[in-house]
Design a protein around this ligand. Structure first.
Ligand code: ZN
Length: 218
């Protein structure tokens, strides 16, 4: 146990001992976001948990064991009564999804070539990766960008009916504090998004300019 600024911290190993699981199980729970964060006090003392978060982990473990037990649940889609292990466990809310794995897979296979389905999934992913206040619908996206969005960096015209032509870009990167709301969304071709990665807009322009200038003078 380490005390810092009046808070008690414990190591993963200590947490594992208290919970009666292996240290790697604790690592997995941390990776999946079951505790708020993973504390770095200084370079030597890394990988610490707040002592109070043990309670949160314990609750999660009890829930997980329940899901693995023989409990039944009715699927909202096929209406069959199935074992809870036939349902996906949402890491964020801690509850089970209403439709069973096999219904979800069927739905995915039936829709995987539908451009609107793909856009919807991409919008969900865009939001899931960052913090956001308002849920974005694909209608919001069409209203803002039209059906043929223009890349704000290259001027290239894309097509929401062709999933290979576009990608959703966080204008302010998540790592720089950007959120998952509509005003932080831009549409770019996938290659441009890959080039920009987590660089700020202004810095990206400078990098591009530097490359062009250097090549011009060679
Ligand atoms: Zn089902």
């Amino acid at each position: 146990m380490i005390t810092h600024n009046g808070e008690n911290y414990i190591t993963r190993r200590e947490a594992a001992k208290l919970l009666g699981v292996s240290a790697s199980s604790v690592t997995n729970l941390i990776k999946r976001g079951h505790v708020n964060s993973y504390y770095l006090l200084n370079k030597k003392l890394k990988g610490l948990l707040k002592e109070g978060e043990i309670l949160q982990l314990d609750k999660t473990l009890i829930e997980k064991r329940q899901y693995r037990s023989g409990d039944n649940k009715k699927c909202s889609c096929c209406s069959e009564i199935k074992l809870t292990k036939e349902f996906i466990h949402s890491h964020k809310s801690g509850s089970l999804k209403p439709d069973c794995k096999s219904c979800r897979n069927k739905k995915y296979r039936a829709n995987k070539d539908d451009p609107e389905f793909i856009l919807n999934r991409r919008v969900s992913k865009f939001q899931r990766k960052a913090k956001y206040t308002n849920k974005i619908t694909i209608e919001d996206v069409y209203n803002k960008f039209g059906r043929n969005p223009i890349c704000y960096l290259t001027g290239q015209i894309m097509d929401f009916n062709d999933p290979n032509s576009y990608s959703l870009d966080h204008f302010i990167p998540i790592s720089k504090g950007g959120d998952g709301d509509l005003n932080n969304m831009r549409i770019t071709p996938p290659i441009i998004n890959a080039m920009k990665t987590s660089i700020l807009y202004e810095d990206f322009l400078i990098y591009c300019q530097t490359i062009v200038n250097y090549k011009k003078n060679q």
